[in-house]
Design a binder for this molecule. Structure first.
Ligand code: F1P
Length: 346
């Protein structure tokens, strides 16, 4: 579905709908809201997608961790599509949430998943395969970026039945077509990122900051760092700094900021000044046009400008590489982190 779409036939949403099977076309026009449920990295993909559903498709979207979903009562609004996201399709909490959801009167269930023969795929009404290939490491990486692409396509397909006009839909697909090149450019930053990793390797803690839909990207950057390097890392929406986390910032606390060029950049800059004023080392992952100045404690990784729609995918790759290089420098097992399992089936 993804390939056919990007090859140029998406403008009519039929290609996508056909990919979901015969049930999809009739259902998509009935969807009034979206409930996403997932764990870990897959949950972060859902958090990014919430911004897209509401901004581009005009559909309200809720996102909840699957490990909590089944332990509370739910009021299901009519026309709600229940979407699970999982690399493995076997995560026990996500599967349990799906089984619970199936009893609750959702319009339909959809799995966004990487493993065709998984339980999640078998038990869902609709399926969108990510086809990321096998994930070798425990920590999800390409699963995340492909989930984001799948979710964007879903936003376009559903949005065309709601608030998304043909012009903006075509523009979104054009932006997606720019993704392979933008990712190649991001991968070319590998050497520079390896040098930035040296700034984190001796540290015990790190803060990640983002605004808007780059807050969930910051969450994912922090998760990757803690999963594979065992550095304690937390992510906050940048505006939340002054509501608590700023108390943690001193010369020992590096701060990684995700700063693509968008209308929130000026706000982010003032948040980062608060960090600098307290002696914190700053690593800023920024768009070339955002013009962040380097100084003795501020390092800027300049990421080639890309369309804002694909920026969450593009900015994720340098964050994954940062975690990877820090882990390699610390000598941890990048593929098999301690205490973690690829599929959490219990
Ligand atoms: C969810 C997840 C992964 C994480 C680790 C443990 O898995 O939290 O995001 O990297 O592998 O499980 P899944 O439901 O996406 O397979």
């Amino acid at each position: 579905v993804v390939a056919e779409t990007l090859e140029g036939r998406l403008a009519d949403t039929e290609v996508l709908e056909q990919g979901f099977g015969p049930a999809a076309a009739g259902l998509f026009s009935q969807v009034q809201r979206v409930q996403i449920v997932a764990c870990g990295t897959s949950y972060h993909a859902g958090l990014v997608a919430r911004y897209w559903f509401e901004e581009h498709a005009g559909l309200p979207c809720d996102v909840e961790v699957a490990s909590e979903y089944r332990y509370r009562k739910h009021v299901v609004a009519p026309g709600t599509l229940f979407v699970t996201i999982s690399q493995s399709g076997e995560t026990a909490d996500t599967l349990a949430a799906l089984r619970e959801g199936r009893k609750l009167g959702y319009l339909a269930t959809m799995a966004i998943c990487n493993v065709p023969e998984s339980s999640l795929v078998r038990e869902s009404d609709l399926v969108l395969m990510t086809r990321a290939g096998p994930e070798i490491g425990v920590a999800s990486t390409k699963a995340f970026t492909t989930q984001l692409v799948a979710l964007l396509l879903l936003v376009v397909a559903l949005g065309r039945h709601h608030a998304l006009e043909a012009g903006p839909a075509a523009e979104m697909v054009a932006a997606l077509r720019g993704l392979p090149r933008a990712l190649e450019q991001a991968l070319e930053l590998d050497g520079e990122i390896a040098r930035l990793a040296e700034l984190l390797v001796e540290r015990q803690h790190a803060l990640f900051l983002g605004r808007g839909l780059h807050y969930p990207v910051a969450l994912e950057g922090a998760l990757k760092l803690k999963e594979i390097s065992y550095i304690h890392a937390e992510a906050y929406p940048a505006g939340e700094l002054k509501h608590g986390p700023l108390a943690l910032v001193d010369a020992e606390m590096p701060v990684v900021a995700i700063a693509p060029r968008d209308d929130l950049v000026e706000k982010l800059k003032s948040n980062l000044q608060e960090v600098r004023a307290r002696g914190g080392t700053l690593l800023v992952f920024a768009d070339a046009d955002a013009r962040y100045a380097e100084d003795s404690a501020t390092r800027v990784l300049t990421i080639p400008h890309c369309h804002p729609l694909i920026a969450p995918v593009v900015y994720t790759v340098p964050l994954q590489l940062l975690a990877y290089h820090v882990a390699v420098l610390r000598g941890t097992d990048v593929d098999q982190p301690r205490n973690l399992a690829k599929s959490v089936t219990v």
